[in-house]
Design a protein around this ligand. Sequence first.
Ligand code: GRF
Length: 215
Amino acid sequence: MDKAKTAILISGSGTNLQAFIDAAEKGDVALDIGLVFSNVDSAYGLVRAADAGIPTAFISHRDYDDREAFDRAVAGVLDDYDPDLVVLAGFMRILSPWFVRRYAGRILNIHPALLPLYPGLNTHQRAIDAGDEWHGSTVHFVTEELDGGPRVLAGRLRIGDGEDAEALTHRVQAIEHRIYPKAADWVARGRVSFRDGNAIRDGEILEDPVVEDFT
Ligand code: GRF
């Protein structure tokens, strides 16, 4: 089958990006990563992309007066590449409704919590403070609701006794590197799709994400 033309948007270190690069190089996923975009020029993910021979682009949001103007500039870069799939991998920008609608059904995000728990920031500390037994990360389609689009795949772990946010961050990130390329591969292969605001998997609405436990 044809691989999905995939653009990955980053702002930082890009460990998730690296997981995609590794999975694509191994042939584990039906993804052809043809563009890495960053809004931060010092993002280490740009180095990872260049090392892998993937074209990169950078535009600073600071050069734009409003959110949508920046998003339109990003879309200009994306549309030159014409991606089937747009993967947000630590892209630290809230997207405008205009952008989300333009790529509806083709944008994925990963959020470090068991959504719908803890949208927004500081998710690991919030899970610890709440005394949660389980925590993890969730891949979802992006809609206009922040961290609120239909969920595809979650990876979860048990929070350890006395585990701090830093330790939890590392363990959750290791899970992300497993589940994010996998979920994107499902979308690339048409096994999961977005229809009428829902995630559809094998013909059925996914009311809840597929959940994988990691110990
Ligand atoms: C990840 O933890 C992801 O959940 C969040 O941003 C982080 C990105 O990390 N959306 P990295 O840049 O992939 O290392």
